[in-house]
Design a protein around this ligand. Sequence first.
Ligand code: ADP
Ligand code: ZN
Length: 440
Amino acid sequence: MKAPKTHNIYSPEYECMSRDALRELQNERLRRVVKHEYDNVAIYRERMDAKGIKPEDIKTVDDLRYLPFTNKTDLRDTFPFGLLAVPKRDIVRIQGSSGTTGKPIVSGYTENDVEVWTEMVARAIVAAGGGKDDIVQVCYGYGLFTGGLGAHQGATRIGAMTVPMSSGNTQRQILMMKELGSTMLCCTPSYAIYIGETVRDMGLDPKKDLRLKSGCFGAEPWTEEMRQRLEELLDIDACDIYGLTEIAGPGVSFECLEKKGMHVNEDHVIPEIIDPVTEEPLPYGTAGELVFTTITKEGMPMLRYRTHDICVLHDEPCACGRTTVRMGRITGRTDDMLVIRGVNVFPSQIESVLVSVKGVSPFYMLIVDRVHSTDSLEVQVEIEENSFSDTVSALENIRNEISEKVKSVVGISAKITLVSPKSLPRSEGKAKRVIDNRKL
Ligand code: ADP
Ligand code: ZN
């Protein structure tokens, strides 16, 4: 069952604000946060002093470009409390990054920060069709990772019946889903696909046996093709949701049921796109690195935080009525870009090739190695159950098709290995797609 395309809005007074009024609000909040950082956080004060900037110099969003950037390394270097802008006793929550790209980092939240984050996720769940009558099954991991608690708080806030399953134990997830009649799902897209496959393996029919209608899926990059597959597998509407620990957690931006980009919660964060090399701001419509400034956060606010995520921002009006800027899909992270024989390769490029080939599943692993000082790339991909018994020449055709497409899209040749269905490891959280043996 798909969600009816109603466009309910949790905070219309902010989400549908006129652009001028929103800009005014951002300007005022920006001035406040810059002063708060300058007065309370040594790193920011030192960096602004070094650039000869005083808080009074930052008057509007247009002045953002004069502020220093914040990097993940700053959080690591000052770990755990060096970037706190309030006394430690005002912090009521610690959450941590999942550490996809190295040593974990933590962020501290005041009571108000938890409140703001909760509201951001509430907006997201409502935008995906959620409301008080829903039963929301949360299968993001609970713990330091922001996924579980974030979705939990948001679902509870809108008065939905919240089912804190956390990730894992997939068959039990599905039994609960069936017995409770869960209507919404919140988890990573790769785990949702795994749940969908397991539903089929258990001989269940989502149309008859489940009551799911939609879900908020995020915390890792995914493609339009994966969305289609997920929507078919579970017979739902699958909306994208984005966030990161440093800024709040999930809910920084989210898709409405139009599914045409993620609305940024601009009354709480200001997004920018920059050229990752020159660090110059880029106009809407141009792909680059996403940078956020938090304007309501108290505990550990961030000025111009470099996410390393690559995407496009655009401000075309959306049919849902929200006036906020939207982000396109994250097409890669500057820090998960692989350089193979001098060519920049993003796992998402390979994924887009694989999902366009009939007979293979979206589960894959990239194995990068260096033999006699030459880089090699192997793409392991699972073939689908119904192609498994194909003739050798049919499989050979699949392999050739992938090989040619990878060469034309990515620009390098790769060894393609077809592996049997469900043989690659499944993740219950963020999927691991790359093994780079050159780093060992
Ligand atoms: P990390 O993965 O860096 O350890 P987090 O758990 O805070 O830390 O995850 C934040 C990161 O996850 C983002 O910077 C982004 O790379 C990725 N991410 C989150 N949501 C999405 C999404 N909807 N699409 C693509 N990537 C996402
Ligand atoms: Zn919309």
